[in-house]
Design a protein around this ligand. Structure first.
Ligand code: MRU
Length: 375
């Protein structure tokens, strides 16, 4: 695969947000802060470097940071002391560091918890076997995510009319997932069905994921895309130039409230005002059934410089305060449907989520089979 410094990438694109090296000792990340002008990969051999890469947005997007953190746990195990109690404390500390790297996306905590549980389960004879076992599990999280994106994409594409002009916010594409994308998965699937769609990517201030990443991805796939200022979407809806919006999510609460990139709520309110469908696409690993509602979702506040500076240039006079919440919460009532790999929740709320949620009995049967497979 051209561009990806990895002989067997799990991503299905000609680039990959994240991979684990074949010998399980390095996490390979596409340096997303340099896109769209430079396509460069970093190779990280240390879990602390992986933590910093997530915090500093080398890699971003809820599923992609979950996969990165899972690979970070493999790298941590490869460098861990062999003595069992030292190994446990090393892995527990690595997990804590990774979980603290970004707070809003629940996929991150979910992936790290799954990896820590396996690391501490006493099923391996040697340290080498343990690293191998963890690498297999992390690659499965990655593969499952790509598969989930394809499935939700297929569900979502059914609701996209031929000729639709689609607004998307932030980047919920191959760069934000294991590959293919959630919101962009819906768009890709509709395009693959031959629907003549066009996409409006809003810039997504302040970090410009829409302008820098979404437009780059779609253009590369030959999907028609234009970039608009965030503030243009209302006027375009009013003029009848947008037919629907689709976005990803960082966490869906059990009542259906959706956390996503700051500005998503504005888009949802505008869609309601113009009677347009507002869709969310996310894997089940983004659904947090333990979180009662959107008020309980931790919202990351990022550095003031993301707003006050544009590169080297100051945009806000020094001494003036800046607020930079990185995510917002859209109430379930504004969401027309949630597409997941398990099916569609519509109208979005506790009842529709419970209907597609894995059943507890099936879950414990699955974990029993899982445990058997690893012994
Ligand atoms: O701050 P980011 O770039 O990590 O925010 C990403 C988003 O908000 C995405 O929309 C979300 O993670 C869904 S990605 C499939």
């Amino acid at each position: 695969m051209a561009g990806v410094p990895h002989p067997e990438p799990l991503s299905c694109a000609s680039y990959s947000a994240v991979e684990l090296s074949l010998d399980n000792d390095r996490v390979i990340l596409l340096e997303q802060r340099e896109l769209p002008t430079v396509e460069r990969y970093l190779s990280l051999a240390d879990c602390a470097e992986v933590v910093a890469a997530i915090t500093d947005m080398v890699v971003r997007g809820a599923p992609a940071i979950g996969i990165t953190a899972a690979y970070g746990m493999v790298v941590a195990a490869a460098k861990a002391p062999r003595e069992p109690s030292d190994f446990s404390s090393h892995m527990t500390a690595a997990a804590a560091g990774l979980k603290a790297s970004r707070p809003t996306a629940v996929n991150l905590a979910w992936a790290v918890d799954a990896m820590l549980q396996l690391a501490l389960s006493d099923v391996c004879e040697s340290a080498e076997d343990r690293v191998e076992l963890l690498a297999d599990r992390a690659r499965r999280i990655h593969r499952d995510d790509v598969e989930a994106c394809r499935r939700m994409g297929a569900y979502g594409a059914e609701r996209v009319p031929d000729g639709a002009r689609i607004l998307t916010h932030c980047n919920a594409g191959a760069l934000a997932t294991g590959g293919y994308g959630t919101a962009l998965g819906v768009i890709r699937a509709a395009h693959e069905l031959g629907k003549a769609i066009t996409v409006l990517a809003d810039e997504t201030r302040p970090y410009l994921q829409g302008a820098r990443l979404t437009a780059w991805e779609l253009h590369r796939d030959g999907i028609p895309v234009e970039v608009i200022a965030d503030s243009a979407s209302g006027a375009l809806m009013r003029n009848g130039q947008i037919d629907l919006a689709v976005v990803g999510s960082d966490r869906v609460a059990s009542n259906g409230d959706v956390a996503n990139k700051i500005g998503t709520y504005n888009v949802a309110v505008l869609c309601r005002a113009h009677e347009l469908p507002f869709y969310v696409a996310a894997p089940w690993s983004t659904v947090d059934m333990a979180c009662v509602d959107g008020n309980h979702i931790p919202i990351e506040e990022r550095a003031a410089e993301e707003i006050s500076m544009s590169g080297e240039r100051r945009m806000v006079a020094s001494g003036i305060g800046v607020r930079n919440p990185a995510f917002d919460v859209t109430p379930a009532s504004l969401v027309s449907a949630l597409f997941t790999e398990r099916g569609v929740a519509s109208p979005l709320g506790p009842a529709s989520l419970n209907q597609i949620a894995p059943q507890v009995a099936a879950k414990s049967r699955d974990s029993a089979m899982e445990a058997k497979r690893h012994v």
